[in-house]
Design a protein around this ligand. Structure first.
Ligand SMILES: Cc1ncc(COP(=O)(O)O)c(C=O)c1O
Length: 370
């Protein structure tokens, strides 16, 4: 630790930082940006939870260096693949993703010396594309409407590129290192940050990695006391409803349960609640206006569920909810999302990994899009 005195100087007399600031010495001098992944802060909701006796704590995953919880899985998938020999030094990493996982992989690839190719569906926000380019990722656009047997679908394109270039397909929807990252990191952090007082854990479900890994850890640590609750957007089948258009980026699936990704472990989850789109976006706005927290749409979804859960919970409960990312990456999509939230089916959100599935039940019957 480097302690800064009241005049903003270190012990050797150099002026460095505002007074009273304590710097983590080792990371500041010898680490890489990868050391900044994880250990994200939690903040208590006040204004939004003013009539609620339970504590509601939001874990701010947007504070990861790539801006989302996906930095954790990118690092863990790459580290485990390197350790097992599945990913060799200098080998190209390929993933089909519409956003945060791509950014995490692009960042991790930069530091670990792997070129990164991101196959996206064209539904990704301009901001995320710009960030991916800044990290030097190669971008390939694939057809989000292409069916599972169509060689043009994003997953098939990613697999083919990995094959052609002797690369490694990280496959976040199949890779156990995805939930594993949250079992190793997010779960222990939540337990430690609440000193074991957490009683309810709420997360939105995209690949399911966050809720499955964190949920499993918290269950084990608490001997089954912590209740694990999923937050699902309208149009997703994770809640047992019929598939339809999904208006919240990065979450939900339109596939039947037989085709849910293996990164999602439904047995860990006690219940899944659905939030109407208007309430998702109203919660995003309220978080910014009342709490000073400018967060992404899937955070609005999860916080809305967390507030309901906290309202029903006994006094003394501690509800922890994950905010997967911040709001800045969605500014250019807000108009489109407002349209969807108001019921215009012409607008369609991107799902990370293009696992969204068929966009209607008739597509489902035709078996489109794996
Ligand atoms: C913005 C956003 N929120 C939430 C999630 C859900 O996280 P998980 O994939 O761990 O279920 C994702 C995943 O893609 C995401 O991109």
């Amino acid at each position: 630790m480097t302690v800064i005195d009241n005049l903003g100087r270190t012990r050797d007399g150099h002026a460095h930082a505002p007074r009273g600031v304590v710097l983590p010495h080792a990371n500041a001098t010898t680490g890489t940006v990868l050391d900044l992944i994880g250990n994200t802060p939690v903040v208590r909701l006040h204004s939004l939870a003013r009539d609620i006796e339970a504590r509601v704590l939001v874990k701010l995953e947007g504070r990861n260096p790539g801006g989302s919880s996906k930095d954790r899985i990118a690092l863990n998938m790459v580290r485990e693949a390197e350790a097992s020999g599945a990913l060799r030094p200098g080998q190209t990493i390929v993933e089909s993703t519409s956003g945060n996982t791509g950014i995490g992989l692009a960042l991790v690839g930069r530091v670990t010396g792997h070129p990164v190719v991101i196959v996206h569906s064209g539904l990704v926000s301009l901001e995320k594309l710009a960030v991916l380019r800044s990290y030097g990722a190669e971008l390939v656009e694939a057809d989000p409407q292409a069916g599972p047997l169509d060689p043009g679908n994003p997953r098939a394109v990613a697999q083919r590129i990995a094959q052609d270039r002797d690369g490694w397909w990280s496959s976040q929807f199949l890779n156990p290192a995805n939930p594993g990252a949250h079992y190793r990191g997010t779960g222990p952090e939540v337990w430690r940050q609440t000193a074991g007082a957490v009683t309810h854990f709420v997360a939105s479900i995209g690949t399911g990695g966050t809720i499955s890994g964190t949920g499993r850890y918290l269950r084990e640590a608490s001997d089954g006391r912590v209740r694990i609750i999923g937050a699902d957007p309208v149009g997703s089948t994770y809640s047992g409803h019929q598939p339809g258009p999904i208006a919240v980026d990065g979450v939900g699936t339109q596939w039947p349960s037989s085709s849910w990704p293996t990164s999602f472990h439904p047995g860990v989850v006690d219940e899944v609640r659905v939030v109407p789109d208007q309430r998702v976006y109203a919660t995003v706005r309220a978080l910014a206006e009342q709490e000073g927290l400018f967060l992404g749409p899937s955070s609005g979804l999860a916080v809305a569920v967390a507030l309901d859960v906290a309202r029903e919970a006994p006094r003394g409960s501690t509800v922890v909810v994950v905010s997967p990312d911040g709001g800045l990456n969605y500014l250019s999509k807000s108009f489109e999302q407002d349209r969807l939230a108001s019921g215009d089916p012409a607008a369609q959100s991107g799902s990370d990994g293009a696992h969204t599935g068929p966009s209607s039940s008739s597509d489902l019957k035709k078996g489109h899009r794996a």
